[in-house]
Design a binder for this molecule. Structure first.
Ligand code: FBP
Ligand code: MG
Ligand code: MG
Length: 315
């Protein structure tokens, strides 16, 4: 059995950088425990607040954010926290070399129906400022709170999966994720079809046409509505996830957030051999201008992402 500390010790990464992973793992274990009992403790429903992005905050969004913040404060290697739930970054008075950007609870609209949600995080060099492209990430990961609690992490070349056991330890269960290059499973919120651009319409129409269309193979559609759960499926068995720019989200720059949703997922997908794009450029090359910036996201199996890019290249 290889536990997370064993695995981290075997990686040739800085011990302090490894400690940031341990901190996020510990936070996610605590969040998992709160989520498991939330219906009994009455921590479900809306908190009555909205976050900086105008979205309803749920008690569990706030509780998860507080748990992450508490854990981060205990690690002197971390000096800055950027969170979906905090308007401003938190600067901690220490010399910590690392910045963590997090979506403490992703997919919170799925909470009350007991569907997988998660915690997503990105690790950056704090000395390089708040607005770094995803290619500058030193590490990234997410915890998926499903039938099992999975922790999927990367420092760049390898994306590994750990599963939480009954002793509160993350145990290595997949040494190296590998996203199949080809796939026939797409994930997109089709209720937004009337807002889509021509490229998205073209790609989805080709997929729906299956073996009778230009894609030449039958596709299947899966949409969970928690980015963590949709991306986890893609990392494990392939597929493509699309949250493109559409006529309704265009003024905001997209739906999903660059620093703590798109970037960490794009780094994990790259580590697993997949690809990501905004349609026009790699997600990892987008230089942010705001910590809560939104971005179009297409990621997953390389051949499917290339098909989407080909549609965008048409016009
Ligand atoms: O239901 P919609 O509006 O299409 O959005 C679904 C997306 O929104 C999210 O729930 C946004 O994340 P939060 O729950 O952290 O705000 C993603 O996980 C998911 O992919
Ligand atoms: Mg989210
Ligand atoms: Mg969230």
């Amino acid at each position: 059995m290889t536990t997370l500390p064993d695995w981290l010790a075997a990686q040739s990464v800085d011990a302090k950088l490894a400690s940031v992973m341990t901190t996020m793992a510990a936070a996610s274990i605590e969040i998992a425990a709160v989520l498991r009992l939330a219906a009994i403790t009455g921590q479900t429903g809306l908190a009555g607040h909205t976050n900086v992005q105008g979205e309803d905050q749920k008690p569990l969004d706030i509780i998860s954010n507080d748990i992450v913040l508490q854990h981060i404060r205990q690690n002197p290697a971390i000096s800055v926290l950027v969170s979906e739930e905090l308007d401003e970054p938190v600067h901690i008075e220490n010399q910590g070399a690392y910045l963590v950007a997090t979506d403490p609870l992703d997919g919170s609209s799925n909470l009350d129906v007991n569907v997988t949600v998660g915690t997503i995080f990105s690790i950056l060099d704090a000395r390089k400022g708040l607005l770094q492209p995803g290619s500058a990430q030193l590490g990234a990961g997410y915890a998926a709170y499903g039938p099992a609690t999975s922790l999927v992490i990367t420092f760049g070349p390898v994306a590994a999966v750990f599963t939480l056991n009954d002793d509160g330890e993350f145990v290595l269960t997949t040494e190296q994720l590998s996203v199949p290059q080809a796939s026939a499973e797409y994930a997109i919120n089709t209720a937004r079809e009337r807002f889509w651009d021509a490229a998205t319409k073209g790609y989805v129409a080709e997929s729906v046409a299956g073996e009778t269309g230009p894609a030449g193979k039958r596709h299947n559609m899966r949409w969970i509505g928690s980015m963590v759960a949709d991306v986890h499926r893609i990392l494990v068995r392939g597929g493509i996830f699309l949250y493109p720019l559409d006529s309704e989200t265009i003024s905001k720059g997209g739906r999903l957030r660059l620093l703590y949703e798109a970037n960490p997922m794009a780094l994990l997908v790259a580590a697993a051999g997949g690809r990501s794009t905004t349609g026009r450029q790699s997600v990892l090359d987008v230089v942010p201008t705001d910590i809560h910036q939104r971005v179009p996201v297409v990621l997953g199996s390389a051949e499917e992402v290339a098909r989407v890019e080909a549609w965008y290249a048409k016009g």
